[in-house]
Design a protein around this ligand. Sequence first.
Ligand code: ZN
Length: 70
Amino acid sequence: MCKYNGYSRSHEPTGMPYQFECPRERCSFMLRADGDGEAETLARAHARVAHSSRIAPADLDRWIKPIETA
Ligand SMILES: [Zn+2]
């Protein structure tokens, strides 16, 4: 009766994985997230916590890059 007709409950993530590498000297922080929005949030949090500073949106754009998946 309750058959799933090829329907999958789990979403394909619409975004691709993104990577952020902290550009600051002597900081080797790197993160990955599913989507640029999440990467941005985490990158901002890192800058705030680790460097007591904020990242300009233009810089976020430069430092957050999609990860190429094979
Ligand atoms: Zn950092």
